[in-house]
Design a protein around this ligand. Structure first.
Ligand SMILES: O=C(O)CCC(=O)C(=O)O
Length: 230
């Protein structure tokens, strides 16, 4: 599915779990993630046929019932223009954005969200907790060489943490190793399945074992230290 959107040489962005406790889960302020691939006056550099520079997309997987009272809301079409251009701003967290639509899902469903889209969620007003996993992918050509403030390469993103960075080819190759490693881990767990063949580039071996687990979790050099915010 990711290859269908980004082509075979796709690379990871980040993975995280959003847990919003029943009746109290905090809002996620309205935001557009992408900050690098806009024209000077805020138009998207992504072309409608998928070519051009893009900010990638997030498969958003649900482990719970996502209802209008607890779910993510997205403004369709907002991925074409950056609201922060020309001194603009995002709506306040509590603001109702009239044309926004709720991302309604049941356990096991997956929504695909353009990272340039304006989106956010309100406080969880429902009697059920909301648990979703956001993971994301870029085209390698949109990531290598980009300079930005990386806000995702932290154990708990947010809280004003920022790493100023230019993504080198090697940095992206190292982070991308997690894709073939994940495929190999799954191959070992589900030996009867035909594994996906990843055709992108990565560095290191693609063998999932205890030595690899220790390598990617080495304190201070965990794989997520090389997340790729665009
Ligand atoms: O699910 C949410 O409430 C927020 C998700 C989010 O921040 C994102 O899609 O970037």
């Amino acid at each position: 599915m990711v290859e269908g959107v980004n082509g075979p040489d796709f690379v990871p962005f980040h993975e995280s779990v959003f847990h919003k406790g029943a009746g109290e889960g905090p809002p996620t302020p309205w935001h557009q993630d992408g900050r690098t691939h806009w024209s000077a006056d805020g138009e998207s550099l992504a072309q409608l046929d998928g070519t051009g520079e893009t900010h990638g997309f997030n498969p958003n997987v649900s482990w719970s019932h996502c209802t209008p009272q607890n779910c993510l809301w997205v403004l369709p079409g907002s991925q074409r223009r950056w609201l922060l251009a020309d001194g603009g701003s995002f709506p306040k967290a509590t603001e109702v954005v009239p044309e926004a639509v709720p991302v309604l899902m049941g356990p096991g469903d997956c929504a695909m969200v353009d990272r340039s889209s304006l989106r956010g969620s309100y406080r969880n007003h429902s009697p059920e907790r909301r648990v979703t996993m956001v993971l994301g992918y870029h085209k390698r050509s949109s990531a290598v060489g980009v300079s930005t403030n990386n806000v995702h390469a932290f154990k708990s993103p947010g809280g004003g943490n920022i790493k100023e960075i230019t993504y080198s080819e090697d940095y992206v190759l190292q982070r991308t190793r997690m894709i073939p490693l994940a495929i190999d881990a799954r191959r070992q767990f589900y030996p009867d399945e035909t594994p996906y063949t990843y055709r992108g580039a990565y560095s290191g071996n693609a063998l999932w074992d205890e030595q690899t687990r220790a390598e990617i979790a080495a304190p201070g050099d965990e794989y997520w230290q090389r997340d790729i915010t665009l």
